[in-house]
Write a protein of this length. Structure first.
Length: 434
C-alpha cells in the first residue's frame, strides 16, 4: 500500500473511513491524515454532531462574542456556516475529506457498503447504541470487506454497566481516578477544572492500536477488529497511583505543585495579567543560588533550611518569599535569570507565548493553512519528523460535504443523474437539513 518513492508520505495509499466525533477519535485520524492516509469523514446533513463541528449548530454573534468555548471562531464571527469555522473542528480535521450520506436509509447503507469495499480502515468513537442504530459493527463491515481493519473506541467499552454512557474526556478521567490526584492539597475535587486529557490520550492510544492492526492485516492478509475503551486507555496514565494502592493499600491525594523530593517547588506569580513561573529546586546548591537571586542570602546559611526535608516543612513560608520577588519580575526575565544560575525554571506559557517561542519557530513547528470559510491561520505541525518525507500539511479542514463529488463520482462511479437523485433524497449537501 505504501509507495517506495522517498518523497511520498509513509501512509500514502491507505484509505480510512472516519465516523469519529468530538476530540479523541478525530485526533487519532488526524495523526494518520498528517502522514498521508486518505481520511474520508462520513457525515450526515440530517444530524449535527454537537461538540464536533461546534458546540451548537448555529450560534449567534452575541453568543460567540463572549469568552469561552462558544467564542472559538475566526474573528469571533460564526459566519453563514458555523460548522465549518469552529476552532476545535479545524484543529483536528486538517488533511481530511468530508462526504455526506444518510445512513438511516437503505440506500445510504448501500453507499457505506461500497465505501467499505474500497477502504482499508473504519474507525469510530461513538456511544455503542448510536452505532447499533446504523448497523456499524464488526460483523457487518468484515462481511463486506474481510481485509478491513475496524477500530472502535467508545468511552467505556462495548459491554458492561457503563456501555451506553455518553461521556467526555473529563468524565472518563473522573471514573479512573484522575481528579482525586489533581489540584492543591486540601482542595475539593470540584475545584480542579474541566480537563480533557483523556481525549488526547485516547487519540494517541488509538492511533498506535490502529497502526498495529494495519501491520497485522498486511502480514496476515485478513482484517482485524480492535476495541480500545478510552477510559481504560487513560487508566494507564495513573499506573503508579493504581499500583501504589494495590500493593500498599495507599490512596493518593492532590499534591498541587509540590514534590516528594524537590523543595521548594511551585508556580509563582509574576508581573502582568495571569503570568507565572515554575521553579523546582533539587539540590542544596540550587537552593543557595535561589536565596541569593531573590535577595535573601541569609536563608542560605540558616540551618532550618539546610536540606530538602526541612525546606518542605517550611514550604509555605518559602513560597511567600519567592513570590515577593517574582511579583516584581517579568516571567521571561525571571526564567532566564534563574536558568543562568542553574536553577530549573520555566514560564507558564499561554498560546501567545507558544506562537512566539523561538525554539518552535526555528523548528518550523507552526504551519499555515487557508480554508475557504475560515481564512489563513497557523496550525500545529506533525507529532514527529522524518528524514525523507515532507511533514507539511496538505489542506485545511474540509467543509461539510466538500468532497461529495469526489467520493460519489470518482470513487463510487455515480453519474450525474444518480448523484442528483441522492442529492434530492437528502444524502448530499453542504448545509444541515435539520
Amino acid at each position: 500500500m505504501v509507495s517506495n518513492n522517498s518523497k511520498s508520505l509513509p501512509l500514502d495509499g491507505l484509505r480510512i473511513l472516519d465516523l469519529t466525533v468530538v476530540w479523541a477519535g478525530p485526533y487519532a485520524t488526524q495523526i494518520f491524515g498528517d502522514w498521508g492516509a486518505e481520511i474520508i469523514r462520513v457525515e450526515s446533513i440530517k444530524h449535527f454532531p454537537a461538540t464536533t463541528r461546534g458546540m451548537v449548530m448555529r450560534p449567534t454573534k452575541e453568543m460567540v462574542s463572549q469568552k469561552g468555548s462558544l467564542s472559538a471562531y475566526p474573528d469571533r464571527d460564526p459566519g453563514e456556516r458555523p460548522w465549518n469555522r469552529t476552532a476545535s473542528f479545524n484543529a483536528h480535521a486538517r488533511n481530511k475529506k468530508s462526504m455526506t450520506v444518510d445512513m438511516t436509509k437503505p440506500e445510504g447503507q448501500k453507499v457505506f457498503d461500497e465505501l467499505l469495499k474500497i477502504s482499508d480502515v473504519v474507525i469510530e468513537n461513538n456511544v455503542p447504541v448510536s452505532m447499533d442504530r446504523i448497523n456499524v459493527n464488526w460483523e457487518r463491515v468484515s462481511n463486506v470487506n474481510p481485509k478491513i481493519v475496524m477500530l472502535r473506541m467508545p468511552g467505556f467499552g462495548l459491554d458492561g454497566p457503563y456501555e451506553d454512557y455518553r461521556t467526555f474526556g473529563s468524565h472518563m478521567a473522573g471514573v479512573v481516578g484522575h481528579y482525586s490526584v489533581m489540584g492543591y492539597q486540601g482542595e475539593l475535587a470540584d475545584m480542579t477544572g474541566n480537563t480533557l486529557t483523556a481525549d488526547a490520550a485516547g487519540g494517541a492510544g488509538a492511533a498506535l492500536a490502529l497502526a498495529a492492526g494495519i501491520r497485522y492485516r498486511n502480514h496476515n492478509d485478513k482484517g482485524i477488529f480492535i476495541e480500545i475503551a478510552t477510559a481504560e486507555n487513560f487508566a494507564n496514565y495513573l499506573g503508579d497511583h493504581i499500583l501504589n494502592y494495590t500493593v500498599n493499600n495507599r490512596l493518593a491525594s492532590p499534591m498541587g505543585n509540590r514534590d516528594i523530593s524537590n523543595a521548594p517547588q511551585g508556580v509563582y506569580q509574576c508581573t502582568g495579567e495571569d503570568r507565572w513561573i515554575a521553579i523546582s529546586i533539587n539540590s542544596d546548591k540550587q537552593w543557595k543560588s535561589l536565596c541569593n537571586l531573590i535577595g535573601s542570602p541569609e536563608l542560605a546559611k540558616d540551618s532550618e533550611y539546610s536540606n530538602a526535608a526541612q525546606r518542605r516543612s517550611l514550604h509555605d513560608t518559602i513560597d511567600q518569599l519567592i513570590e515577593a520577588w517574582s511579583k516584581g519580575m517579568d516571567a521571561h526575565k525571571a526564567m532566564r535569570a534563574l536558568q543562568a544560575e542553574g536553577i530549573p525554571a520555566g514560564v507558564v506559557m499561554n498560546e501567545q507565548d507558544a506562537f512566539s517561542d523561538p525554539h518552535l519557530e526555528e523548528n518550523g513547528f507552526w504551519e499555515t493553512l487557508e480554508g475557504d470559510e475560515t481564512g489563513k491561520y497557523q496550525y500545529a505541525s506533525t507529532l514527529w519528523k522524518t528524514v525523507l518525507t515532507d511533514r507539511s500539511h496538505k489542506r485545511a479542514a474540509p467543509r461539510l460535504g466538500e468532497d461529495n463529488e469526489y467520493v460519489y463520482k470518482e470513487l463510487l462511479g455515480f453519474d450525474e443523474d444518480k448523484y442528483a437523485e441522492f442529492e434530492a433524497a437528502g444524502h448530499i449537501g453542504m448545509d444541515y437539513d435539520i
